[in-house]
Design a protein around this ligand. Structure first.
Ligand code: AHM
Ligand code: MG
Length: 335
């Protein structure tokens, strides 16, 4: 049971009972992530003060400009997890390939791999808009003590043991699930502690906010165009409100609290959309389902997709259950 003023540390210890027979490895892993998050938060917060914003001068594996803070956040999360020998492998949106962590003795006995987007929405940093970190945790499928392999990372989202995001916003929050609901913790920057501020987060079943980059309208599939027009019609509780920050973590976080749908569909310019299945869609889909919402590619459940490559992209529809179902209805009709 969540208690008032409970810190994340206390909450983790108390909820270890969710994993009977566990060795505490997952708890230690989440502890490491919350530590790295604090360090990254400190850096993100002073982005306007120092020469750390702006493009790094390199492009990542998807051909996009890397921002300096992307690189910083990526290094910080990798460093923290590597130094503490808390996982056996890491895959990041910012790295071409996955990283094997062998450990000091060369036979890493840890059983978890982490996949992450260290700084999602980083194009927003220069304009002081919220960004986020997304993480996804799986148990490896290859034997402990051997080097991790690609199949340890290419697991369907329904195998995640934990997932979460950190939102560096007006306040900084860490929201995560271990498959027993979703809980949100707010950082008290004066004390450096995370406090349980949003226990048992739930997506409203229905909502009135739709979030999509409508600038791409002409390139969208017919089903998405029809759904957008429906959202804009005057009838019942419509027209809906349009809200698009362009920072997925923030858009979905808001929708989880207020009720809404977030969409990044495929388009005639991008046949699988933009967002990455492993680093962005799977963790957000796991959190969404755990909060009573729904996440699909417009036709089928995101968490059941069997990934074929690390940087795979997928169309993404995520949010209040009734809204996602309505969007799917339009998609199916237009097929
Ligand atoms: P990133 O990981 O390179 O930051 O890209 C992902 C971000 C999401 O946070 C956001 O929803 C989307 O890209 C916005 O893209 P667009 O500008 O095409 O609407
Ligand atoms: Mg991203």
């Amino acid at each position: 049971m969540p208690k008032p003023n409970q810190t994340l540390g206390e909450f983790i210890i108390e909820n270890q009972a969710d994993f009977p027979g566990s060795s505490g490895e997952l708890s230690r892993l989440i502890n490491s992530l919350r530590l790295a998050a604090k360090v990254v938060n400190h850096e993100v917060n002073k982005a306007g003060l120092v020469d750390i914003i702006g493009a790094y001068g390199e492009t990542n594996v998807q051909g996009e400009d890397q921002q300096k803070l992307d690189v910083y956040a990526n290094n910080k999360f990798i460093q923290t997890l590597t130094n503490r020998e808390i996982v056996c492998g890491i895959a990041s949106e910012e790295n071409d390939d996955f990283i094997q962590i062998k450990g000091h003795k060369g036979d890493n006995q840890n059983k978890y791999v982490v996949l992450m987007d260290p700084l999602d929405g980083s194009s927003n940093i220069d304009v002081n808009v919220s960004v986020g970190t997304i993480f996804s945790i799986y148990q490896r499928v290859t034997p402990v003590g051997t080097p991790v392999q690609i199949e340890d990372f290419l697991q369907p989202g329904n195998k995640q043991v934990a997932a979460g995001y950190i939102i560096y916003g007006t306040s900084t929050m860490l929201v995560y699930t271990t498959g027993h609901g979703v809980n949100g913790f707010t950082l008290n920057p004066a004390l450096g502690s995370w406090y349980l501020s949003h226990p048992d987060m739930q997506f409203p079943e229905d909502g009135q906010i739709y979030s999509i980059n409508e600038g791409n309208y002409v390139h969208f599939p017919q089903g998405v165009k029809d759904y957008i027009k429906w959202c804009q019609q005057e009838e019942g509780n419509r027209p809906y409100t349009s809200r698009y920050i362009g920072s997925m973590v923030s858009d979905i976080h808001r929708n989880m609290i207020k009720g809404g749908i977030f969409m990044y569909p495929k388009s005639s310019k991008a046949s699988d959309g933009k967002l990455r299945l492993l680093y962005e869609c799977n963790p957000m889909a796991f959190l969404t389902e755990q909060a009573g919402g729904k996440a699909s590619d417009g036709f089928k459940r995101i968490l059941d997709i069997k990934p074929t490559e690390l940087h795979q992209r997928v169309p993404f529809f995520c949010g209040s259950r009734k809204m996602v179902e309505k969007a799917e209805e339009f998609m199916a009709k237009a097929e």
